[in-house]
Design a protein around this ligand. Structure first.
Ligand code: ATP
Ligand code: MG
Length: 572
């Protein structure tokens, strides 16, 4: 492609709408444009890169024996009512009516549609296992669409669904998809890790997330360098790494704490460490009020809470509800004297003596609180986020916390959907049984953004070869120089012949502008035809990852690039 003809509107400045690097760079490099919140158009350069991810995903899914299909984005409510998710899914499910007043939604995921398809067609265990997938648009009306392609409302996902006759079959399909994901993200040239994950609203029995490692990631990855344990924050079990000193229980006392509410402020005001404060968080768990006790220096994990209580929905109570239940404004809730509300606590609160809590009264706290002397705790659960210094639940060595971006998710669904929707097959023993299912997603558009979060510098993107929209930027310097132009054109065609994808900057621009744009777009190799070509017949080659360029003849250039690209892009 010739740059002078290419629809590639680059931007010099960081756009105000973008907060994270990948979003900024994708806008600046002319890859995407925003249409509405969380909704983007792909421009030619962006689409080429997206297709690279798609193709790797497609090749590896096909290699695993999965079959590609394409399911509708628009889905009838009836299917979602069969599984109960029409009511449960919440506002991420964009619902609407057609002209006949029938309810529909835009598919945020396709378990219902695929289960409906398969229940009508697959009758016998002989037709199993079956893995179907698609690469298509999803719509989720995310509460906070942000970071460009990272958390869009409309985005591209690869979703796959496996159907097996039994658990053993599911375990095999799951393992196959897990390994396929490892191949996919390796081929993309990304540094990643798989972690244990919660199964969330999609439900099911076992799940792993695939995380691209990047400091800017939204997700925290908890891992153990000693034994290889890895989980996300929602799954990582917090193990006690300390025991409290022996203390006499002191006399309970109410103290005045005028206008101090935040944990740090209360601790400083009373002269105690933050871990001696116990926060009382008021939550509605499936609409039932709970007081959740957690140490001042710890953070509640809502997914752990939901799982511990086997709940569907947990939400923090609003200010009004807190006042009604505790009799005090937010910031002064405490367990003593609470009634009509279940009190539970994080495990780290067990054994804590003479701690501080709110007094259910404005501007007051209790000190020297002790349980069960002053109030009773219904039960203890692991409810807190693991923090730096916590120990591995498997081997007891220190855990490490790093950040990542979730690009893929594999779930064992079991027969949750097939049972709800009456999707059965005739098994070997002549009995009707529900399919045992798995589902497997990859955020294709998010993977592109994650690749940039992981690979960039202050000048722009640094594409991994396998995902680069083109492999090479060919820069012809010396505007109006016919000899250079013709040599460039020849090299351009020769490279394409060898499978090297070239973006040829033959614009009538200053070298500085061309170099800047090349760095911004970040193609893996920059080759220049300029002075050195005129004097010595040499092409200047610079990998985007390196500072220094080197010189090769035209023929050497073609051979070098062709073999580099073949090495990185072939499906191993
Ligand atoms: P998240 O926790 O980030 O919202 P999720 O658990 O809802 O993700 P899944 O339902 O497992 O996501 O979807 C499969 C994959 O689709 C995710 O691993 C992610 O890569 C991608 N994905 C999910 N939501 C979005 C979104 N709003 N924008 C872009 N990609 C997304
Ligand atoms: Mg989500």
């Amino acid at each position: 492609m010739r740059l002078s003809r290419y629809f590639l509107p680059t931007l010099r400045e960081d756009p105000a709408e973008a907060e994270v690097v990948s979003h900024k760079l994708m806008l600046r490099a002319g890859m995407i444009r925003r249409l509405a919140s969380g909704i983007y158009s792909f421009l030619p350069l962006g689409l080429r890169a997206l297709r690279k991810v798609e193709n790797i995903v497609r090749e590896e899914m096909n290699r695993a024996g999965a079959q590609e299909i394409l399911l509708p984005l628009v889905q009838p409510a009836e299917l979602w009512k069969e599984t109960g998710r029409w009511d449960k899914f919440g506002k991420e499910l964009l619902r609407f009516k057609d002209r006949k007043e029938h309810d529909f939604c835009l598919g945020p995921t396709h378990e219902e549609v695929i289960t409906d398809l398969v229940r009508g067609e697959i009758r016998s265990y002989r037709q199993l296992p079956l893995i179907l997938y698609q690469i298509a648009t999803k719509f989720r009306d995310e509460i906070r669409p942000r970071f460009g392609l990272m958390r869009g409302r409309e985005f591209i996902m690869k979703d796959a669904y496996s159907f097996d006759a039994n658990e053993e079959g599911l375990n095999k399909s799951y393992r196959l998809m897990y390994e396929t994901y490892e191949r996919i993200f390796s081929r993309c040239g990304l540094r990643f890790t798989a972690v244990l994950a919660d199964t969330g609203t999609i439900g099911g029995e076992e799940s792993h997330e695939f995380m691209v490692l990047a400091e800017t990631g939204e997700d925290v990855i908890v891992s153990c360098p000693s034994c290889g344990y890895a989980a996300n924050l929602e799954m990582a079990e917090a193990v006690q790494n300390f025991s409290y000193p022996e203390e006499e229980e002191k006399t309970l006392e109410k103290v005045s704490t005028p206008d101090v509410k935040r944990v740090e402020d209360v601790a400083a005001f009373l002269g105690v460490p933050t871990w001696k404060l116990v926060k009382t968080l008021i939550y509605l768990v499936d609409n039932k009020p709970y007081a959740i006790l957690i140490r001042g220096d710890h953070e509640l994990n809502e997914v752990k809470l939901r799982r511990a209580l086997g709940a569907e929905v947990v939400e923090m109570a609003d200010a009004e509800t807190v006042e009604r239940l505790t009799g005090a404004p937010v910031g002064f809730a405490g367990p003593i004297g609470l009634s009509g509300i279940v009190i539970i606590a994080d495990k780290a609160v067990a054994g804590l003596k003479n701690f501080v809590t709110g007094a259910n009264e404005k501007d007051a706290h209790y000190i020297n609180v002790n349980s069960p002397r002053d109030f009773e705790i219904d039960s203890f659960y692991d409810l807190r986020n693991v923090t730096q210094g916590d120990l591995c639940p498997r081997c007891g060595k220190p855990l490490e916390l790093t950040r990542g971006i979730e690009v893929g998710h594999v779930f064992k669904l079991g027969s949750k959907y097939s049972e709800a929707m009456g999707a059965t097959f005739l098994d070997r023993d002549g009995k009707e049984k529900p399919f045992v299912m798995g589902c497997y997603g990859i955020g294709v558009s998010r993977t592109l953004a994650a690749a940039i979060e992981q690979n960039h510098d202050e000048n722009g993107i640094i594409w991994p070869l396998a995902l680069a929209p083109f492999h090479v930027a060919l820069l012809t310097l010396g505007p109006g120089d016919q000899e250079l132009f013709e040599a460039s054109e020849k090299l351009y065609h020769a490279l394409w012949e060898k499978g090297v994808e070239v973006l040829w900057d033959e614009r009538d621009e200053r070298p500085g502008v061309k170099f800047k744009d090349a760095d911004l777009i970040g193609l893996p190799y920059r080759i220049v035809l300029g002075k050195k070509f005129k004097s010595e017949g040499k092409v200047e080659i610079k990998p985007r990852t390196q500072k220094e360029a080197f010189l090769l003849s035209e023929e050497e250039t073609i051979n070098f690039l062709a073999s580099e690209i073949q090495r990185a892009c072939q499906s191993k």
